[in-house]
Design a protein around this ligand. Structure first.
Ligand code: KG4
Ligand code: ZN
Length: 337
C-alpha cells in the first residue's frame, strides 16, 4: 500500500516499546519491560526505569524492525510518546525519536500516551467509529475520554482523583501478601472468592461526575485486614480480593456506560493493563449488551504499554495532516489530552 510506514516509540513508564504500523495494520513490534526490576520495590522506580530504557532502546528498535520485516530506511515518520509519564523515562524515548528522525530524514510527531491506548484498538478491530467513549485503566491512569477524532478532538470526561485503578490493585495485593504487579494475582484469587461476602465502598458512586476514587477502598481493605489480624483469624484472601475487585469494576463499568448514554455514543473502548481483568471484561460486556453499546477491548498485549499504540496514533496524526513536531519537542509529564 502507499500509506506511510510509522515507527512508534513508547517509554512513558517501565516498558520500552517500538511498533511499526501502516494505517490500521500492525506490521511488527517489540516490547522490553523492566517490571521484574521494580517488583521488589512494589512499584516502578523512576531512575531504574530510565536506565532500563536507555539500555533497551536500540535493541528494541532492531527487533521491532525485524519483526515487521522492514528496514529503518523504509520508515516514513516517527511518532513518540511526549507525555504523560515519568520525566526521565519520557526523555529517553523522545531523545531517541529525535535521533532516528534526524538520521533517517523523516518527520517527528510527539503524541499523547493516553490517546495511544485508544488508537491501538484500530489495529485489532479496524477504524474506530466516531464518536466513541474510552475507559483507560492502568497502573498510572484511570480516565474516561470522549473521542470525536483520535488526531484532533479527544475530551476528558473524568479521571481518578487519587489512585489509579491498577495502583489500587497493586496496593491491595501488597496488603494481602500477593506479588507485584497485583492485578493478575487478585484476578486469580477473586475467582475462588465470593464477591458478595464483604461489601467494600464504591468510591464516587452516583456522584453525578465521571471521576473515580480508589483510596477510600484501599483504606477500607487495609482496615479489614488489620481487624482480622488483630482477632487472630486467618485472612480470607479470596473473599477480600473478590469484594475489592467487585467494587472497582462495578464503578468503572457503571460510569463508562453512563458516559456513553449521556453523550449518545454507541461504542466503548476499554484499554490499559487493567483491561486484562477477567471480571472487568465480563461485567463490561454484560452492561454494554444491556445498554445496546458495542464493546471493543484490544487483546491484552496491546492493552499494556507498547510502541504499536504510539505508531497507531501517529498514523492518525499523519493522515489528519497535522504539522510535525519540531526537533526541540519537549516532554510533558502531565500532558493533557
Ligand atoms: O498498562 P500497564 O501495563 O502499565 C501502566 O501502568 O501504564 O498496566 C499495569 C497495571 C498494573 O497496575 C497491574 O496490576 C494491572 O495493570 N493489571 C491488572 C491485571 N493485569 C494487569 N489489573 C487487574 N486485573 C488484571 N488481570
Ligand atoms: Zn499506559
Amino acid at each position: 500500500t502507499d500509506l506511510p510506514l510509522i515507527m512508534g516509540i513508547e517509554t512513558s513508564c517501565d516498558e520500552t516499546g517500538v511498533g511499526l504500523v501502516r494505517g490500521c495494520e500492525l506490521l511488527g513490534e517489540d516490547v522490553a519491560s523492566s517490571v521484574a526490576e521494580h517488583a521488589r520495590f512494589g512499584g516502578v522506580v523512576p531512575e531504574v526505569a530510565s536506565r532500563a530504557h536507555l539500555e533497551a532502546m536500540v535493541p528494541t528498535v532492531r527487533r521491532a524492525l525485524d519483526a515487521a520485516g522492514v528496514k529503518a530506511s523504509d520508515v516514513d515518520a516517527i511518532a513518540v510518546t511526549a507525555g504523560p509519564g515519568l520525566a526521565g523515562a519520557l526523555l529517553v524515548g523522545v531523545s531517541a525519536a529525535k535521533a532516528y528522525a534526524m538520521a533517517l530524514g523523516v518527520p517527528l510527531y510527539g503524541v499523547n500516551h493516553l490517546i495511544g491506548h485508544v488508537a491501538v484498538d484500530q489495529l485489532e478491530h479496524g477504524p474506530l467509529p466516531k464518536p466513541a467513549v474510552a475507559l483507560l485503566v492502568s497502573g498510572g491512569h484511570t480516565s474516561l475520554l470522549l473521542v470525536n477524532d483520535l488526531a484532533t478532538d479527544v475530551r476528558s470526561l473524568g479521571d481518578t482523583v487519587d489512585d489509579a485503578a491498577g495502583e489500587a490493585y497493586d496496593k491491595v495485593a501488597r496488603l494481602l501478601d500477593l506479588p507485584y504487579p497485583g492485578g493478575p494475582p487478585i484476578d486469580r484469587a477473586a475467582r475462588e472468592g465470593d464477591p458478595e461476602a464483604i461489601r467494600f465502598p464504591r468510591g464516587k458512586w452516583g456522584d453525578g461526575t465521571f471521576d473515580f476514587s480508589f483510596s477510600g477502598l484501599k483504606t477500607a481493605v487495609a482496615r479489614w485486614v488489620e481487624d482480622v489480624g488483630r482477632a487472630g483469624e486467618a485472612i480470607p484472601v479470596a473473599d477480600i480480593a473478590a469484594g475489592f475487585q467487585e467494587s472497582v469494576v462495578d464503578v468503572l463499568t457503571r460510569k463508562a456506560v453512563d458516559a456513553c448514554r449521556e453523550h449518545g455514543v454507541g461504542h466503548l473502548v476499554i484499554s490499559g493493563g487493567v483491561a486484562a481483568n477477567s471480571r472487568l471484561r465480563a461485567l463490561a460486556e454484560e452492561r454494554c449488551t444491556a445498554a445496546g453499546i458495542t464493546l471493543r477491548v484490544p487483546r491484552p498485549k496491546l492493552c499494556t504499554d507498547n510502541g504499536a499504540m504510539i505508531a497507531a496514533l501517529g498514523a492518525e496524526v499523519v493522515a489528519a495532516g497535522l504539522p510535525p513536531s519540531r526537533l526541540d519537542l519537549a516532554t510533558d509529564t502531565s500532558l493533557p489530552v
